[in-house]
Design a protein around this ligand. Structure first.
Ligand SMILES: [Zn+2]
Length: 265
Protein backbone atom coordinates (compact mmCIF):
# COMPACT_ATOMS: atom_id res chain seq x y z
CA UNK A 1 0.00 0.00 0.00
CA UNK A 2 1.48 3.36 -1.02
CA UNK A 3 2.21 5.91 1.67
CA UNK A 4 0.04 8.97 1.27
CA UNK A 5 0.81 12.29 2.85
CA UNK A 6 -2.89 12.66 3.35
CA UNK A 7 -5.99 12.33 1.21
CA UNK A 8 -8.99 14.64 1.27
CA UNK A 9 -12.51 13.36 0.72
CA UNK A 10 -14.08 16.44 -0.86
CA UNK A 11 -17.66 15.19 -0.56
CA UNK A 12 -19.24 12.79 1.87
CA UNK A 13 -22.55 12.48 3.71
CA UNK A 14 -21.57 11.50 7.24
CA UNK A 15 -24.92 12.83 8.51
CA UNK A 16 -26.79 10.06 6.69
CA UNK A 17 -28.58 7.58 8.98
CA UNK A 18 -26.26 4.83 7.64
CA UNK A 19 -23.53 6.33 9.88
CA UNK A 20 -25.55 6.88 13.04
CA UNK A 21 -24.42 3.61 14.64
CA UNK A 22 -20.67 3.68 14.08
CA UNK A 23 -19.45 7.15 13.08
CA UNK A 24 -16.52 7.03 15.50
CA UNK A 25 -15.25 3.76 13.97
CA UNK A 26 -15.79 5.17 10.45
CA UNK A 27 -13.67 8.22 11.29
CA UNK A 28 -10.96 6.04 12.83
CA UNK A 29 -10.80 3.86 9.71
CA UNK A 30 -10.61 7.00 7.55
CA UNK A 31 -7.65 8.21 9.59
CA UNK A 32 -5.95 4.80 9.29
CA UNK A 33 -6.47 4.99 5.50
CA UNK A 34 -4.60 8.34 5.33
CA UNK A 35 -7.75 10.44 4.92
CA UNK A 36 -6.80 13.66 6.69
CA UNK A 37 -9.71 15.85 5.61
CA UNK A 38 -13.41 15.28 4.99
CA UNK A 39 -16.00 17.72 3.66
CA UNK A 40 -19.26 16.72 5.37
CA UNK A 41 -21.98 17.82 2.98
CA UNK A 42 -25.53 18.70 4.05
CA UNK A 43 -28.51 18.06 1.79
CA UNK A 44 -31.37 19.55 3.85
CA UNK A 45 -31.42 22.34 6.47
CA UNK A 46 -31.48 19.72 9.27
CA UNK A 47 -28.61 17.74 7.76
CA UNK A 48 -26.64 20.96 7.23
CA UNK A 49 -26.92 21.67 10.96
CA UNK A 50 -25.97 18.08 11.72
CA UNK A 51 -22.97 18.41 9.35
CA UNK A 52 -21.76 21.42 11.34
CA UNK A 53 -22.14 19.40 14.54
CA UNK A 54 -19.96 16.61 13.11
CA UNK A 55 -17.40 19.07 11.72
CA UNK A 56 -17.00 20.59 15.19
CA UNK A 57 -15.46 17.32 16.41
CA UNK A 58 -12.15 17.79 14.63
CA UNK A 59 -10.23 20.38 12.64
CA UNK A 60 -9.96 17.79 9.85
CA UNK A 61 -13.71 17.81 9.31
CA UNK A 62 -15.50 20.65 7.52
CA UNK A 63 -19.12 21.29 6.66
CA UNK A 64 -21.02 22.40 3.58
CA UNK A 65 -24.57 23.64 3.99
CA UNK A 66 -27.33 23.38 1.43
CA UNK A 67 -30.47 21.70 0.16
CA UNK A 68 -29.89 19.17 -2.62
CA UNK A 69 -31.90 19.35 -5.87
CA UNK A 70 -33.68 16.13 -4.80
CA UNK A 71 -34.72 17.71 -1.50
CA UNK A 72 -35.54 21.15 -2.95
CA UNK A 73 -39.25 20.32 -3.27
CA UNK A 74 -39.54 19.75 0.50
CA UNK A 75 -37.42 22.71 1.66
CA UNK A 76 -38.97 25.35 3.92
CA UNK A 77 -39.86 28.50 1.95
CA UNK A 78 -37.20 30.56 3.67
CA UNK A 79 -34.54 27.83 3.68
CA UNK A 80 -31.80 30.24 2.57
CA UNK A 81 -32.34 32.31 5.73
CA UNK A 82 -31.73 29.22 7.84
CA UNK A 83 -28.63 28.36 5.82
CA UNK A 84 -27.39 31.94 6.18
CA UNK A 85 -27.78 31.75 9.97
CA UNK A 86 -25.90 28.44 10.07
CA UNK A 87 -23.05 29.98 8.03
CA UNK A 88 -22.86 33.14 10.14
CA UNK A 89 -22.85 31.23 13.43
CA UNK A 90 -20.27 28.65 12.28
CA UNK A 91 -17.61 30.46 10.26
CA UNK A 92 -14.88 28.13 11.53
CA UNK A 93 -16.51 24.96 10.24
CA UNK A 94 -18.59 25.94 7.19
CA UNK A 95 -16.41 25.93 4.06
CA UNK A 96 -18.96 25.83 1.21
CA UNK A 97 -22.57 26.22 0.11
CA UNK A 98 -24.20 23.01 -1.13
CA UNK A 99 -24.94 20.56 -2.12
CA UNK A 100 -27.14 22.32 -4.58
CA UNK A 101 -27.51 22.17 -8.35
CA UNK A 102 -29.73 20.64 -11.00
CA UNK A 103 -30.64 17.00 -11.64
CA UNK A 104 -32.87 16.63 -14.69
CA UNK A 105 -32.14 12.89 -14.85
CA UNK A 106 -33.87 11.81 -11.66
CA UNK A 107 -36.14 14.88 -11.63
CA UNK A 108 -37.25 14.19 -8.05
CA UNK A 109 -38.03 17.89 -7.65
CA UNK A 110 -39.65 19.76 -10.57
CA UNK A 111 -37.28 21.73 -12.83
CA UNK A 112 -38.53 25.18 -11.83
CA UNK A 113 -38.23 24.33 -8.12
CA UNK A 114 -34.66 23.11 -8.67
CA UNK A 115 -33.67 26.22 -10.64
CA UNK A 116 -35.17 28.58 -8.04
CA UNK A 117 -33.40 26.73 -5.21
CA UNK A 118 -30.08 26.63 -7.08
CA UNK A 119 -30.28 30.37 -7.80
CA UNK A 120 -30.86 31.18 -4.13
CA UNK A 121 -27.88 29.01 -3.15
CA UNK A 122 -25.66 30.84 -5.66
CA UNK A 123 -26.77 34.22 -4.30
CA UNK A 124 -26.00 33.07 -0.76
CA UNK A 125 -22.57 31.76 -1.77
CA UNK A 126 -21.67 35.05 -3.50
CA UNK A 127 -22.93 37.05 -0.51
CA UNK A 128 -20.98 34.89 1.97
CA UNK A 129 -17.92 34.58 -0.33
CA UNK A 130 -18.01 30.77 -0.10
CA UNK A 131 -17.50 28.26 -2.92
CA UNK A 132 -20.40 26.16 -4.25
CA UNK A 133 -20.79 22.38 -4.14
CA UNK A 134 -22.71 21.63 -7.34
CA UNK A 135 -24.59 18.45 -8.20
CA UNK A 136 -25.25 18.32 -11.95
CA UNK A 137 -26.86 15.47 -13.83
CA UNK A 138 -28.18 15.85 -17.39
CA UNK A 139 -28.47 19.59 -16.89
CA UNK A 140 -25.17 21.15 -17.95
CA UNK A 141 -26.52 24.06 -20.01
CA UNK A 142 -29.01 25.17 -17.35
CA UNK A 143 -26.37 24.76 -14.65
CA UNK A 144 -23.85 26.84 -16.55
CA UNK A 145 -26.44 29.53 -17.27
CA UNK A 146 -27.50 29.78 -13.62
CA UNK A 147 -23.85 29.96 -12.49
CA UNK A 148 -22.79 32.63 -15.01
CA UNK A 149 -25.92 34.76 -14.71
CA UNK A 150 -25.59 34.90 -10.92
CA UNK A 151 -21.88 35.69 -10.75
CA UNK A 152 -20.86 32.28 -9.36
CA UNK A 153 -17.41 32.37 -11.03
CA UNK A 154 -16.54 35.05 -8.43
CA UNK A 155 -16.62 32.35 -5.72
CA UNK A 156 -16.10 29.17 -7.76
CA UNK A 157 -16.67 25.74 -6.36
CA UNK A 158 -16.83 22.14 -7.48
CA UNK A 159 -18.90 20.01 -9.82
CA UNK A 160 -19.06 16.98 -7.54
CA UNK A 161 -19.37 13.33 -8.60
CA UNK A 162 -18.96 14.34 -12.22
CA UNK A 163 -20.95 12.32 -14.77
CA UNK A 164 -21.05 14.70 -17.75
CA UNK A 165 -19.02 14.68 -20.95
CA UNK A 166 -15.31 15.57 -21.27
CA UNK A 167 -16.29 18.80 -23.04
CA UNK A 168 -18.58 19.74 -20.14
CA UNK A 169 -15.82 18.96 -17.66
CA UNK A 170 -13.49 21.36 -19.46
CA UNK A 171 -16.23 23.99 -19.64
CA UNK A 172 -16.70 23.66 -15.88
CA UNK A 173 -12.95 24.27 -15.50
CA UNK A 174 -13.21 27.26 -17.84
CA UNK A 175 -15.92 28.65 -15.57
CA UNK A 176 -13.47 28.56 -12.67
CA UNK A 177 -14.70 25.33 -11.08
CA UNK A 178 -13.04 22.17 -9.84
CA UNK A 179 -14.24 18.75 -10.99
CA UNK A 180 -14.54 15.91 -8.49
CA UNK A 181 -14.61 12.18 -9.18
CA UNK A 182 -16.16 9.45 -7.05
CA UNK A 183 -16.13 5.64 -7.04
CA UNK A 184 -17.99 5.75 -10.37
CA UNK A 185 -14.56 5.93 -12.08
CA UNK A 186 -14.01 2.33 -10.96
CA UNK A 187 -17.28 1.03 -12.44
CA UNK A 188 -16.97 -1.10 -15.58
CA UNK A 189 -19.58 0.76 -17.62
CA UNK A 190 -18.30 4.25 -16.80
CA UNK A 191 -16.02 4.85 -19.78
CA UNK A 192 -17.17 8.43 -20.33
CA UNK A 193 -16.52 9.33 -16.68
CA UNK A 194 -12.98 7.94 -17.04
CA UNK A 195 -12.52 10.09 -20.17
CA UNK A 196 -13.54 13.11 -18.10
CA UNK A 197 -11.13 12.07 -15.35
CA UNK A 198 -8.34 11.99 -17.93
CA UNK A 199 -9.25 15.43 -19.33
CA UNK A 200 -9.38 17.63 -16.22
CA UNK A 201 -6.12 19.53 -15.56
CA UNK A 202 -4.14 18.65 -12.39
CA UNK A 203 -4.92 22.01 -10.80
CA UNK A 204 -8.71 21.40 -10.90
CA UNK A 205 -8.96 17.74 -9.91
CA UNK A 206 -10.68 16.57 -6.70
CA UNK A 207 -11.63 13.16 -5.31
CA UNK A 208 -14.55 12.13 -3.14
CA UNK A 209 -16.44 9.11 -1.88
CA UNK A 210 -20.00 10.59 -1.84
CA UNK A 211 -20.44 8.03 0.96
CA UNK A 212 -22.66 6.26 1.95
CA UNK A 213 -23.40 5.94 -1.78
CA UNK A 214 -21.30 4.71 -4.73
CA UNK A 215 -18.79 2.40 -3.05
CA UNK A 216 -15.85 1.89 -5.46
CA UNK A 217 -15.42 -1.36 -7.39
CA UNK A 218 -13.81 -3.72 -4.87
CA UNK A 219 -16.43 -2.68 -2.29
CA UNK A 220 -19.34 -2.19 -4.69
CA UNK A 221 -22.71 -2.92 -3.13
CA UNK A 222 -21.52 -2.15 0.40
CA UNK A 223 -22.04 1.01 2.36
CA UNK A 224 -19.37 3.42 1.16
CA UNK A 225 -17.17 5.29 3.67
CA UNK A 226 -14.23 7.72 3.52
CA UNK A 227 -11.62 4.98 4.09
CA UNK A 228 -12.53 3.64 0.61
CA UNK A 229 -11.25 6.87 -1.00
CA UNK A 230 -7.95 5.17 -1.78
CA UNK A 231 -9.65 3.08 -4.50
CA UNK A 232 -10.78 6.22 -6.31
CA UNK A 233 -7.26 7.65 -6.03
CA UNK A 234 -5.69 4.46 -7.39
CA UNK A 235 -8.05 4.35 -10.37
CA UNK A 236 -7.36 8.02 -11.18
CA UNK A 237 -3.64 7.26 -11.09
CA UNK A 238 -4.14 4.47 -13.65
CA UNK A 239 -6.31 6.68 -15.87
CA UNK A 240 -3.87 9.61 -15.72
CA UNK A 241 -0.72 7.53 -15.99
CA UNK A 242 0.80 8.70 -12.75
CA UNK A 243 1.25 7.46 -9.21
CA UNK A 244 -1.47 7.35 -6.61
CA UNK A 245 0.79 9.35 -4.26
CA UNK A 246 0.81 12.13 -6.84
CA UNK A 247 -2.99 12.04 -7.27
CA UNK A 248 -3.37 12.10 -3.48
CA UNK A 249 -1.04 15.06 -3.16
CA UNK A 250 -2.55 17.26 -5.89
CA UNK A 251 -6.16 16.54 -4.94
CA UNK A 252 -5.45 17.35 -1.29
CA UNK A 253 -3.71 20.60 -2.28
CA UNK A 254 -6.64 21.50 -4.52
CA UNK A 255 -9.19 20.74 -1.81
CA UNK A 256 -7.32 22.99 0.62
CA UNK A 257 -7.06 25.78 -1.92
CA UNK A 258 -10.82 25.57 -2.57
CA UNK A 259 -12.18 25.01 0.93
CA UNK A 260 -9.51 26.50 3.21
CA UNK A 261 -8.04 29.35 1.16
CA UNK A 262 -6.72 31.15 4.26
CA UNK A 263 -4.69 28.15 5.44
CA UNK A 264 -3.34 27.03 2.10
CA UNK A 265 0.34 27.72 1.29
ZN1 LIG B 1 -23.69 14.22 -2.42
Amino acid sequence: MPKYHGLIDSHCHLTAPQFDEDLVAVLKRAQDASVIGINVVGYTVEHSLKAVGIAERSENLWASVGVSPHDAKDAPRDFERSLQTIVEENRDTVVAIGETGLDFFHLISPRDVQIASFTRHIELAVEQKLPLVVHMRDAFEDTRRALSENNAPAVGGVFHCFTGTPREALEAVELGFYVSFSGIVTFKGARQVRECAAAVPDARLLVETDAPFLAPAPMRGNRNEPSFLVHVVEELARIRNTTSEQIGRITAENARRLFLPDCSP
